[in-house]
Design a protein around this ligand. Structure first.
Ligand code: HSE
Length: 327
């Protein structure tokens, strides 16, 4: 049986959950795919993370070169986040023939062509299902199962932190600060939650969705954007009195002339709208295709569930690597 060696950079909420899934479900995954694998190296300096996930100290390193320049790794997961140095690290890994999996929407949205170009040039894969919608597998569906469609619109709730804050403020009376603190404690929020509450994280994700649905690369800073920092409990109550709920929506659609319009903004939705009942860290992504009509993807968009999408990408690459006995 072939053996695939995996490296993980960062054992925070997402990297840690990726490690746990690959470890806990190892027999099932191996039986299902017919591919054997090993978590061969982990880049982490925080002892508490190493202990929390029970990682064998023998595979832990604090030297990034041992991961991104390794000749004994097939796939590396970047789960540290931020723009640099991790963008350069991901490129270096691909230059060394290692496929990369990442949830890093900020880096992908800013440098989509750079990453995909490096993957193509070096004959490796760069996969990023977890970058939008956490554990929800909508990007692969858009790229594969729905690839025969001409997409007309994509919209949704794609930030768990702000959806958690709006739900807790509107339904449970928490203050903005209390709800944000809670979201941070649960591992939903970005390192700097400004990216969540100002809609920057949503804009990053909309850039990726628009690239895949419409093949238009519109950078996040070109997207009209309003966050939730100005939303008060009074706004949520006023919306509720009208039978509505406020949600931070991303939206992009083609008009009749084929022009794409797009935005990130808090939006009042009637309570019976399907997106109005998407609460807390749950996300939902709606796509409209000319052949399939409307499709909605729903699930946990932040936190440990994100590891599920990363493992899905790893398995995708493992299958490709072992086709025809290449490994
Ligand atoms: N901070 C992000 C969110 C994490 O709250 O949705 C998942 O991308």
């Amino acid at each position: 049986m072939s053996k695939i060696n995996i490296g993980i950079m960062g054992l925070g909420t997402v990297g840690g959950s990726t490690y746990d899934i690959l470890t806990k479900n190892r027999d099932l995954i191996t039986a299902r795919t017919g591919i054997d694998y090993e978590i061969h190296r982990v880049l982490e300096i925080k002892q508490e993370n190493i202990l929390k996930h029970g990682v064998d100290p023998a595979i832990v390193t604090d030297q990034v070169e041992k991961v991104i320049e390794a000749d004994d790794l097939d796939i590396v997961v970047e789960a540290i986040g931020g723009m640099e140095p991790v963008s350069t690290w991901m490129i270096t890994a691909m230059e060394h023939g290692i496929s990369v999996v990442t949830p890093n929407k900020a880096a992908i949205a800013a440098q989509y062509d750079r990453f995909l170009g490096a993957a193509e040039k070096n004959g490796v894969q760069f996969r990023y299902e977890a970058s939008v919608g956490g554990g929800i597998p909508e990007l692969t569906a858009i790229m594969e199962s729905l690839a025969g469609n001409r997409f007309l619109a994509v919209s949704g709730i794609v930030n768990g932190t702000t959806n958690y804050i709006l739900t807790q403020m509107g339904d449970f009376g928490l203050s903005y600060e209390e709800a944000l603190k809670d979201a941070q404690a649960k591992g939903f929020a970005e390192k700097d939650p400004t990216a969540d509450v100002e809609g920057i994280d949503c804009a990053n994700k909309l850039t990726i969705l628009m690239k895949l649905c419409f093949d238009q690369y519109i950078k996040p800073d070109q997207i009209p954007r309003t966050g939730i920092t100005q939303i008060t409990k009074a706004d949520l109550d006023a919306a509720a009195a009208k039978g509505c709920r406020v949600k931070l929506l991303v939206q992009a659609k083609l008009d009749e002339a084929g022009k794409l319009t797009y935005s990130v903004a808090p939006t009042e939705l009637p309570k019976d709208h399907p997106l109005a009942s998407v609460n807390n860290e749950f996300n939902a992504i709606y796509v409209t295709g000319d052949a399939v009509g409307e499709v909605m993807f729903y699930g946990k968009g932040a936190g440990p569930a994100t590891g599920s999408a990363i493992v899905g990408d790893i398995l995708h690459i493992m299958r490709d690597l072992t086709i025809g006995g290449r490994k």
